[in-house]
Design a protein. Sequence first.
Length: 348
Amino acid sequence: MTSPARHSLIWTGTYTPDGGGRAEGIGAISASDDGTLEWLGTAAKADSPSFLAVHPTLPVVYAVAEQAGTVQAYRRSGEFGLEPFGDPQAAGEAACHVAVEALARFVTVTCWGDGQVLLYELDRDGGMTGRFAAPASVDPHGSQTPGEPRQSRAHASLMLADGRVMTTDLGHDSLRVWRFEPGTGLIADHEVALPYGSGPRHLVQHTSGSVFVVSEYSVEVFVLRADAGTFELINRGPATSGGSLPGDSAAEICLSQSGDQAYVGVRGSNLISVLLVGADGAEVAPLADFPSGGDWPRHHLVRGPWLHVAHERSDDVATFALDASTGLPGPLVQRLQTPSPTALVPAN
């Protein structure tokens, strides 16, 4: 007798009409262990909740409202619903990413429009309390055009395994590492300057401790490793095996369950690139590029043996089966229609 398929829940970040999208708010998808997805509907109406994060132990979700410049907490309600939990908190211009610390002491929000990095302490129920702004970025490269400084554009936060936080700055081509101090927020630890014009966007930490950073503008992957607590750039290389084209921009980077492969989404050419990770996590090398299955792969998620790719402009999530030995995607399994998806975040 065949056992029934098990299902889990994936939240979708989206763009609504205020951000040029077609969604109504945070979406909900039912994900089966056979790889298939089912669109459940809108979990909570919200204005352009473009990125989400989930509390590690409580049924609480945090979403930025990119156009409004706020961050809002939500609580689970019913099968797949979400209801606002507390008032929206002021963030910065074009708040585009939110992350939750593993110990649930705080969330961080990064703002593409004005470069702000913000921390909100959490209470025992997951509610946001104190708001603390981190020191503003100073361009480590200086101004290449006198009198015309570059705009800081904070884009993502990564909670590091050692308890620190690393943030990317697209505009200043830099990574900043922070320590958390209760009642004060983020304290600067150190900074790493990446090549001028690279545009570091998203990042992930390998089990070796290395951090892999994908650059939106130069479409590369940078490898950083900590020496006595200070991260240093130890490797860089192209994010694709075939090279990038004019108009391409890299988006998300994530790892396979084994950590042997990294996956990078490239908008424009609409590719997913598979990269091999060296045994010690000190390097990554492009293996193969594959069509992403839609238009504008904004974000993607590895879920067991499945790769799900959210296409912002073609309003769908494409699913591929991953080869167990090579990590390479097989033929397209499914294209699920869902409005303007910008992020895929497992609910549990």
